[in-house]
Design a protein around this ligand. Structure first.
Ligand code: URA
Length: 239
């Protein structure tokens, strides 16, 4: 739940400057969820109904969507090569959404899209260690020692990855490849591909199946759904 000072909310809605908003509050012209509020610094929730002189104020509504990103789509807002972007999928909505982090062009899977900058920053901050589950098809087969290395952390780009969870899902001996699930908390550029590369395996195909407690259940590639308030609140409690 995001709490904000009442005068800030009124000012951001473009009704008055913060100073004038404070005056409006002390003059008893402002209500929150039907009650007159005269105390300065009162905190209000994202979904509180606020009126000034009896008129409801328009607040920018915050939205977060869970998107099943297809392969072959770029995760930035625009692309100089004219390729399709994740933002293009949301062009019918009346607000502009941005991806929370990135998935590579050739990676599919779960990507959050939001206009809630505070939530995006919270989720992307390394301190918050949001768990992400990837499924990779790799060339060759992991030796037990390579699995252990991945789990302990490997070096790439002058960086040592944090401990990861490694689970072999399937081995295809005939084609000499393996499906491996990797659970990590970091989000460096090409993180998963680089981790496998550090133990001499090429990632042939990559998908993100889980982000924190969220999964792709009920969605097909290219589709999205809006998160519920409960899901957004739960994401905000990440630790
Ligand atoms: N790691 C990668 O290598 N690519 C992605 O798209 C996500 C994580």
């Amino acid at each position: 739940m995001t709490l904000q000072r009442l005068q800030k909310v009124i000012a951001e809605a473009g009704i008055a400057s913060r100073r004038k908003a404070e005056k409006m509050i002390t003059e008893g012209r402002v209500t929150v969820d039907g009650e007159i509020v005269t105390k300065l610094g009162t905190k209000v929730e994202t979904f509180s109904n606020i009126t000034v002189d009896g008129e409801p104020i328009e607040r920018e509504s915050l939205h977060t969507y869970l998107f099943y990103k297809p392969r072959g789509v770029i995760s930035t807002a625009s692309d100089d090569k004219g390729r399709k972007t994740v933002v293009d999928y949301f062009s019918d909505l009346p607000y502009r959404l941005y991806p929370v982090g990135r998935l590579d062009y050739d990676t599919s899977g779960l990507l959050l899209m939001t206009n809630d900058g505070e939530l995006a920053n919270l989720l992307m901050h390394p301190r918050n260690k949001v768990a992400k589950v990837y499924v990779a098809r790799i060339e060759g087969q992991l030796l037990p020692e390579e699995s252990k290395k991945l789990a302990r952390g490997v070096e790439f780009d002058h960086h040592k990855s944090a401990p990861a969870k490694v689970k072999v899902i399937r081995t295809d001996k005939k084609r000499n490849r393996q499906i491996v699930q990797l659970t990590i908390h970091e989000g460096h550029y090409h993180q998963v591909k680089n981790m496998f590369k550090a133990v001499n395996h090429q990632v042939e195909k990559l998908a993100r199946e889980k982000y924190s407690f969220l999964t792709l259940d009920g969605l097909v590639s290219g589709k999205y759904r809006e998160l519920t308030h409960e899901e957004v609140d739960r994401l905000k409690r990440v630790d």
